[in-house]
Design a protein around this ligand. Structure first.
Ligand SMILES: [Zn+2]
Ligand SMILES: [Zn+2]
Length: 246
């Protein structure tokens, strides 16, 4: 499978980059993970946005859903403007918030609530969930490609949670919320560089990508994570349009 970063900045767009969004592709199936501010423009630079099949949302903070509405408008209008047959897509989200009910747009997209206690199968992907530490209900995702058995774990937004060590065990790529520099541990919102490093080390992941980045001090954040993560585990900062083949 291929992971493309569409947005990696925390809270608001900065450094000419969008907020949280990723594109996962396998077997000609295109799954979006969150769709924050600036994600639509980035997606349109690499593919026709209405060729995506589904979008899964971890939670409903603005920096993760800001461009969902304009994606719906693209599906609504583009096919009729181009005289093409109408396409629909599916939005998966949790239903522990009223926001879930606002995701429906008839004839544009279906909405399906995932049950975090069960495996969700979407195209070629098998997805499991872990509730994170965050001010609103939010789920981390472990996504496995059913053909290759390779996996990625996206922490979504979360403070440090020891359960990540089991959840991310030996994953091929850990995409981790690393919004804080060291010294800001045990927060109820996001993790620090060394907290992500500890999870990566103990879970024996194969690669780490730091994301949900602060607007400043990103190089220092990378340095601090590298101090904790063993040398044989590659670690990089997420950057819009970077691709990872897993
Ligand atoms: Zn959040
Ligand atoms: Zn966020």
């Amino acid at each position: 499978m291929k992971l493309t970063i569409l947005g990696c900045q925390g809270a608001y767009p900065a450094n000419s980059q969008a907020t949280t969004s990723y594109l996962l592709e396998s077997d000609n199936y295109f799954l979006l993970i969150d769709f924050g501010s600036g994600a639509f423009q980035n997606l349109a630079k690499i593919m026709e946005p209405t060729d995506i099949h589904a979008l899964i949302l971890t939670h409903y903070h603005h920096d993760h859903i800001a461009d969902v509405g304009v994606l719906q408008y693209a599906f609504q209008l583009k096919s009729s403007l181009e005289n093409k047959s109408k396409k629909e897509f599916v939005i998966y989200g949790h239903n522990h918030s009223d926001e879930f009910n606002r995701l429906v747009m008839p004839t544009v997209n279906q909405v399906e609530a995932y049950n975090p206690d069960e495996i969700l199968r979407v195209g070629p992907f098998k997805i499991t969930f872990l509730k994170t530490i965050h001010p609103v209900v939010c789920y981390a995702l472990r996504i496995e490609d059913k053909h290759t058995k390779k996996s990625i774990v996206f922490t979504a937004d979360s403070g440090y949670l020891a359960d990540f060590i089991t959840f991310a065990r030996q994953t091929d790529l850990l995409l981790a919320d690393a919004m804080f520099l060291n010294g800001k541990e045990n927060q109820s919102t996001h993790m620090s560089a060394q907290e992500v490093g500890k999870i990566a080390d103990l879970a024996q992941v194969k690669r780490v990508v730091l994301t949900h980045l602060p607007p400043l001090y990103q190089d220092l954040l990378l340095e601090q994570a590298k101090e904790v993560i063993p040398d044989n585990i590659p670690v990089t900062l997420a950057k819009d349009f970077d691709e990872y083949i897993i």
